[in-house]
Design a protein around this ligand. Sequence first.
Ligand SMILES: Cc1cc2nc3c(=O)[nH]c(=O)nc-3n(C[C@H](O)[C@H](O)[C@H](O)COP(=O)(O)OP(=O)(O)OC[C@H]3O[C@@H](n4cnc5c(N)ncnc54)[C@H](O)[C@@H]3O)c2cc1C
Length: 402
Amino acid sequence: MKIAIIGGGAAGFFAAINCKLNYPQHHITIYEKSKKTLSKVKVSGGGRCNVTNATFSIADLVKNYPRGNKALKKVFNQFNPKHTIEWFESRGIPLVTQHDNCIFPKSQQSQSFIDLFNAECKKLGIPIKTQHKLNSITKIDSDFELEFNDNEIIKADKVIVTIGGQPKLNGLEFLKDVGHQIINPLPSLFTFNMPNEPITKLMGIVVEHAIVKIQSTKLIDKGPLLVTHWGMSGPAILKLSAWGARILEDKNYNFNIQVNWVNETNSSVVENQIKDEIFKHGSKKVANQKIAHIPTRLWDFLLEKLKIDTQKRWSELSKKDVNKIINTLQNDVYKVEGKTTFKEEFVTAGGVDLNEVNFNTMQSKKVEGLYFAGEVLDVDGVTGGFNFQAAWSTGFVAAKLS
Ligand SMILES: Cc1cc2nc3c(=O)[nH]c(=O)nc-3n(C[C@H](O)[C@H](O)[C@H](O)COP(=O)(O)OP(=O)(O)OC[C@H]3O[C@@H](n4cnc5c(N)ncnc54)[C@H](O)[C@@H]3O)c2cc1C
């Protein structure tokens, strides 16, 4: 049987190798449009490749996928981070887990995975045909006819499509032609631009526990927040961008965010903290005695923004000043005007409609013998190794050809 794997990325290699292990007698070939394979693996995680995440409960794992969470349960029951660790470690790539649960190769080099995949393909006899861009798929009886860029036609019995996230709809046109619905592709995992907000002069400041909310939506997230020279970034912002990918695109990336710098939503708790400061440090100048874990430069910036005389002592603050401080610590509003794609990791939301794929097998419900894996699907995760985990898991399940 001839099996064509379309796309030489993470999902494509994983599907090809596992398929050959399942069916040694089948002829499996990877077709890749560019000159190089595994380009994203190479640059991933800043060149270190965050291969998966130590989230071992499937119920918790799926919470990291703004799109695809329910469907992915079915594949994670078959292949999840535990299996990923076993798969790579048993093939000679020891992995290490960071304090934030992100898992990397001990070598800290994404090249370790590339070398492994290439060596496995060589050992198993899986040819890799680069500069083969698939243009169309035609099903003739039970066979597939695949047309590549230079009009080369190849026949296959089964096809696994792993062409990754496509920034534009036309990259997915050939799937529409075989009857698949495509959810409009759009970026996920980006940072917020704030060209007119003076907070950018505090670039480099990190608040470990912030709550960020997008005004007039239900979008809210928490975690570390980083002030950059163009706006805001850090896990809290990236998660918000992923969960809000479609809503924020509708707003043309113009909206207000509300930052809670103290990770406390109850205003009486913050008020008590301030009363405590007044009680304990009433004679100290407000500028010299900050609240909670606010970085000093941020505290100075907020006081300046509130036009509070920093030379005043805590005991000299009026009730109005205290209320202004409480309100700013909990609901500090900034105007976002545009986005920047995160250089370390970005993904595409949208792709093949999940309703048209059987996630027990990754087979198309529209075309028998056609399978999908990886980011070509309308699946994406937040940062932390979740996107590769989805590629490994869907690739592993597709490779069963069930
Ligand atoms: C800079 C960066 C860093 C990242 N870091 C991480 C990380 O550390 N951890 C993590 O979990 N995720 C990370 N991601 C996301 C992760 O890389 C992707 O989710 C993952 O690569 C998806 O795998 P895939 O095989 O589906 O797609 P891809 O890796 O994109 O592979 C698809 C392949 O198909 C080829 N192709 C496309 N169209 C055709 C066609 N018509 N015919 C033939 N071939 C075609 C492409 O050239 C490509 O080689 C990162 C992404 C970026 C951009």
